[in-house]
Design a binder for this molecule. Structure first.
Ligand SMILES: [Zn+2]
Length: 273
């Protein structure tokens, strides 16, 4: 069993490539032992979410070369792509909405909602440009629905964090005197590949709200990180509240900046019933 531990250590260090120079002599010896490799591959692991016949739920397999023992290596199993995607869903905070807010369920009843839907698709196709997506207007299912559906698509390949502005800004502001925990909690939001802020600036914008919003928006802006924002406020209203925050959002979401008017949003909700 000692060999397994050694290899686990090697895997932790990311030594899953062929001919990895960083493998120690000991690790190389383990990989040369065909019987051990076969044994190892047949051991059942305990990874969750899926049942994989290839790696037996260990997440990786040892590959042995018939011709040359030096070519034996450890390989990440293909099931890990799906496991990691599921894990990202769990971490994102969006999991409870997975069934409800899909693209298929988004209502395209008028020109504006059709256009919004098409723009969302266009946005996903050009995601490598790292532009931002902003949709403003009265709070309701239409905006959140579309943004959430986009997030599900992005979660297949990216780490994403869902921030409900009112809820999470309140708990962050409460931590403001506890610097260590404040930084830790804030880090979860600002370092992620994609951040989706729902109901941005809902519930008032006092000094603490503005400080927090600026910290988040400015970090995402400076580091070119994808950010999706829905808000009951329009971009003009945000600019009026705080120019530094508004101008950054405006600049980054220049090509994907939309507004749902009040009565349209109302229609969406009434029809949903
Ligand atoms: Zn597998």
């Amino acid at each position: 069993m000692q060999e397994i531990n050694l290899l686990r250590e090697a895997l932790k260090k990311g030594m899953v490539q062929k001919y990895n120079e960083d493998l120690t002599q000991e690790e190389r010896l383990i990989l040369k032992n065909k019987k051990y490799v076969q044994n190892y591959n047949s051991i059942e692991g305990n990874l969750k979410y899926l049942d994989c016949k290839i790696c037996k739920n260990k997440g990786h397999i040892m590959v042995i070369s018939e011709e040359d023992a030096k070519r034996n290596y450890i390989k990440k199993c293909s099931c890990m792509i799906e496991r990691e995607s599921i894990e990202r869903f769990k971490q994102s905070g969006l999991e409870p909405l997975r069934q409800k807010y899909t693209f298929a369920k988004f209502k395209k009843e008028n020109e504006k909602s059709k256009n919004l839907y098409n723009k969302a698709q266009e946005y996903l196709k050009s995601i490598d440009k790292k532009e931002w997506f902003f949709v403003g207007g009265q709070v309701g299912a239409g905006k959140s629905h579309l943004c959430t559906a986009m997030c599900f698509s992005l979660l297949k390949t990216k780490r994403l964090k869902f921030m409900e502005w009112v809820k999470e800004s309140t708990s962050l502001k409460a931590l403001v005197l506890d610097e260590e925990n404040y930084t830790k909690e804030l880090a979860k939001l600002i370092y992620t590949d994609v951040l989706y802020i729902d109901d941005f600036f809902k519930g008032g914008t006092n000094k603490a709200d503005l400080r927090l919003a600026f910290e988040i928006i400015n970090y995402r802006y400076n580091n070119d990180l994808i950010t999706i924002i829905s808000s009951e406020k329009s971009i003009d209203e945000i600019l009026e509240i705080d120019e530094a925050i508004g101008s950054r959002i405006y600049e980054k979401s220049y090509n994907f900046n939309f507004e749902i008017e009040k009565d349209e949003e109302l229609n969406y909700r009434l029809k949903e019933r």
